[in-house]
Design a protein around this ligand. Structure first.
Ligand code: MV4
Length: 508
């Protein structure tokens, strides 16, 4: 096993990886930009290296700067986390070329799955069901019109080098196709550097369900069941769970068989996720493969007891997985909510600023993966996700009830955040019924109705706390109009505190 690794990331995922390092007696090296000097991941690490100014291109995406820190610290391996350089095959190759181990699949494996059209062909060959559509490039509009007719409208135009839902366009009828192709090609070119697009049949009101796998360099592959990820907004998942109410024993058997066939066919080395769409007839279709650790890996960890980061380190150092398939037992239910510094009631506007008050939940069945601390200024430069709350129960009902408690306990003042919105989701009758699909957030507009303000008592308590906090530290960057419900930060912080289940209860 490695003695020291570098984590080429920031925030909660950097901390998450470092915690496993500590468990395994591996030293951890942090990298940080100017905006992250006081970030908890820097404090936690055994060593930390400054890699540049705040913009990602100049720091966390700067391959040379990351490699320089790795060499200087004598780290034997680099873990990329998620986002940033995690699925960049050029980075994976550059790490290897520098004589350092990349904790993840090979550059060739990342590349093979990064081309979505190529991945579809690979999956089809491995016997994995794919969404009806194109498997080869087609340049002429006439050929694409013919293909779309065969697939049947509505069709979805997807960028071949894309992923994660970026740059997709739904086309309802033939007369819209040519225009959509033009737009999609231009967007694909500027976002991914390739204008290649392809067509799939657009599946409506389906579930987004993924299978977690791990495969070591000895060729041992295991699956860790599914995650339900249908609650998304603009392809950002917000609430995830393990297992899924929609996955029967029979469907799970078919899906994991396909997922294992897929990773064995490509000789994959690492942990990875196969994304599928599942329709109401229990048909499933491959969408894409994520060749990295995922944000929502925590719900799988909670239900199986497997440390997925540990498996990544074992695979990368050429060791065996610490689990065989028959040792994996699925116990109970886990739900994850992603806490972000954005305002759901104002088009999810990011809300950077200083966290003036932070109280994190705990207690039975609770895991908090956080990347922030009180007094920390959330930078404008990075993803607004600041923490993940994971609640476990023996069954789905118990997990959901716990999640409501956890969201109620969580207190975050100084910045606008999505806690009240998360609470509305886990209280929503359709969520509780497990009636989920990719249109869930779009169709349930009642989720965006803010609750009426609660008692003046709470308002007074929170106003006093805000006042107290503002005297302790300068509230740089935080909106601070303390005059009621809709204007400034104080009003919004108050609302979330009130909706979050009242300060009175947790502090009395
Ligand atoms: C689709 C789809 C429906 N039909 N492809 C989104 C993420 C990326 N991996 C692919 N995604 C989708 N691909 C076909 N042929 C639906 C999604 C999708 C989605 C679409 C709209 C709104 C929310 C969504 C959530 C998950 C998946």
């Amino acid at each position: 096993m490695f003695k020291k690794i570098l984590i080429a990331n920031r925030g909660e995922v950097a901390l998450r990886i470092m915690r496993t390092c500590t468990d395994m007696d591996v030293l951890s090296v942090a990298v940080f930009s100017d905006a992250d000097r006081k970030s908890p991941h820097v404090t936690y690490a055994d060593e930390a290296y400054h890699i540049g100014p705040p913009p990602p291109r100049e720091s966390y995406l700067n391959i040379e700067a990351v490699l320089r820190a790795a060499k200087e610290s004598k780290a034997e391996a680099i873990h990329p986390g998620y986002g940033f350089l995690s699925e960049n095959p050029d980075f994976a190759q550059a790490v290897v070329d520098a004589g350092i181990v990349f904790i993840g699949p090979t550059a060739a494996q990342i590349r093979a799955m990064g081309n979505k059209l190529g991945a579809r062909r690979l999956m089809q060959k491995a016997g994995v069901p794919i969404v009806p559509g194109a498997t080869v490039e087609s340049a002429s509009v006439e050929a694409l019109k013919k293909l779309a007719k065969e697939i049947g409208y509505p069709v979805l135009v997807k960028p071949a080098s894309g992923g994660g839902g970026k740059g997709m366009h739904v086309v309802q009828a033939e007369e819209e196709l040519e225009g959509a192709l033009d737009i999609a090609r231009r967007e694909a070119m500027s976002a991914f550097g390739s204008s290649t697009v392809y067509l799939e049949r657009y599946l409506h009101r389906v579930r987004h369900i993924e299978i977690q796998i791990a495969r070591d360099t000895r060729g041992h592959a295991i699956h860790l069941g599914e995650r339900e990820c249908s609650v998304q907004r603009r392809h950002q998942k917000i609430v995830e769970e393990c297992p899924s109410v929609a996955v029967t024993k029979d469907l799970r058997a078919r899906m994991v068989k396909a997922a294992l066939a897929a990773v064995n066919a490509v000789g994959y080395n690492g942990v990875g996720t196969l994304e599928f769409l599942v329709d109401d007839q229990k048909n499933f279709y491959f969408l894409e493969m994520n060749t990295r650790l995922q944000v929502e890996h925590t719900v799988t960890e909670r239900v199986t007891g497997v440390d997925l980061v540990k498996q990544q380190l074992l695979i990368a150092s050429g060791e065996e997985l610490s689990w065989t398939q028959d040792q994996i037992k699925f116990n109970g239910w886990a739900v994850e909510c992603r806490v972000s510094a954005e305002d759901p009631y104002n088009n999810f506007m990011p809300s950077p600023g200083v966290i003036s008050v932070l109280y994190e939940p705990g207690g039975p069945g609770v895991r908090v993966d956080s990347g922030v601390s009180e007094g920390f200024e959330i930078p404008v430069y990075y993803d607004p996700m600041i923490a993940k709350l994971i609640a476990w129960g023996r069954n789905r009902d118990e997990a959901i009830r716990r999640m409501r408690r956890v969201l109620g306990e969580y207190k975050l003042l100084g910045i606008r955040n999505n806690i009240p919105f998360l609470l509305a989701i886990v209280r929503h009758p359709n969520f509780v019924a497990g009636d989920l699909h990719t249109g869930f957030l779009d169709e349930h507009t009642d989720l965006f109705q803010q609750e009426a303000n609660a008692s003046p008592e709470y308002a007074a308590i929170v106003a006093a706390l805000l006042e107290h906090a503002s005297k302790q530290k300068p509230r740089t960057g935080a909106p601070n109009g303390a005059n009621g419900s809709n204007g400034g930060g104080a009003g919004l912080a108050w609302r979330s505190a009130v909706q979050g289940g009242a300060w009175g209860r947790s502090w009395r």
